[in-house]
Design a protein around this ligand. Structure first.
Ligand code: 2HA
Ligand code: ZN
Length: 301
């Protein structure tokens, strides 16, 4: 064996070793799953996820699928019909939290609490290809997530990937006392804190109380989310969408913080929303003009 042959042999062994390490990387270590898990932990720490409350889904990129598919089950689950259908999600892959699984536990055992599901070619059924170990199923709100992904994908030219549902207490409390109107809620939140109109210039939608988990609430929410990137569910919680985990968590966080400020201001003001000081509509318009925001004009007076 000459020197070049032995060098080639060492090189091949090196390549094999590197490949070995790469294929030894688990789904849990991939960047998209680390972002997913971090959001679950952050939401738990905010107090938005009592027991199994809330859920998260992420529409994977082709690169995410490529990097994780060597870990997919040789035998995926059977196809499960969803009762809803979307053409633009045929063949998509989603990372999803599990039905009945706790956000608090996601960081401790990702493969038990989170899964990857594949959508069939007709765009109306899923099957589990990774995770949700020990008989898990995708979140009970998967029909809503699925429909909202479809409309947000359309509304954002494919940029929207993350959908996050949580039970933040100030948002829920306000739905007890305020008119269940997208305009009323949006105006109260915009005026609670200066950044709000910058973070959600289209406003937030409000869905009246409905039975969770089904196709009806999925349709009502997805209809509103053609316009809004977040939607309040009366006496239940909040849905937020975004292009990545930071933007989506940030939207949830901003809306709940503004709701908390509005609650405190109402209490300090004896329950009246006629505050001595607040941001005027002219003030809101000035921000819109200064930053050239795509504002929902119908919500300004
Ligand atoms: O995942 O939050 O709306 C539990 C829920 C249902
Ligand atoms: Zn919920």
């Amino acid at each position: 064996m000459d020197v070049m042959d032995s060098f080639q042999g060492m090189f091949d062994k090196g390549v094999a070793a590197v490949k070995g390490t790469v294929s030894g990387v688990a789904v849990e270590m991939l960047p998209f799953m680390q972002g997913f898990v971090r959001l679950c932990t952050d939401g738990w720490e905010q107090g938005w996820h009592e027991r199994n409350g809330g859920n998260l889904t992420y529409r994977m990129t082709d690169e995410d699928v490529r990097s994780s598919q060597s870990f997919f089950y040789e035998q995926p689950s059977s196809w499960m019909p969803m009762g809803v259908q979307a053409d633009n999600l045929r063949g998509a892959f989603f990372a999803v939290t599990g039905a009945g699984r706790f956000m608090r536990n996601v960081q401790l055992d990702v493969a038990h609490n989170v899964g990857i599901v594949e959508i069939n070619g007709a765009g109306d059924a899923w099957r589990i290809v990774w995770g949700l170990r020990d008989g898990g199923l995708p979140t009970s709100e998967f029909p809503s997530h699925f429909m909202i992904h479809s409309v947000r994908m359309q509304a954002t030219g494919g940029a929207s990937r993350v959908l996050y549902h949580a039970h933040p207490e100030n948002v829920i409390a306000l739905t007890k006392v305020m008119p269940l109107s997208s305009r009323e809620f949006t105006r109260a939140l915009w005026k609670a804190m200066t950044e709000c109109i910058i973070v959600f210039p289209k406003g937030v939608g409000v869905v009246e109380w409905m039975v969770p988990g089904g196709a009806d609430i999925a349709r009502a929410t997805s209809e509103l989310m053609k316009t809004y990137d977040a939607c309040i569910w009366a006496s239940h919680g909040l849905f937020a969408s975004g292009p990545d985990f930071d933007m989506t968590f940030g939207l949830m966080h901003t809306i709940e913080k503004a709701a908390g400020i509005h609650v405190k201001a109402l209490m300090l003001n004896g329950g009246s929303s006629d505050f001595p000081n607040t941001i005027t509509d002219d003030g809101l318009r000035a921000i819109v003009q200064e930053l050239n925001l795509p504002v929902n004009e119908a919500f300004l007076s």
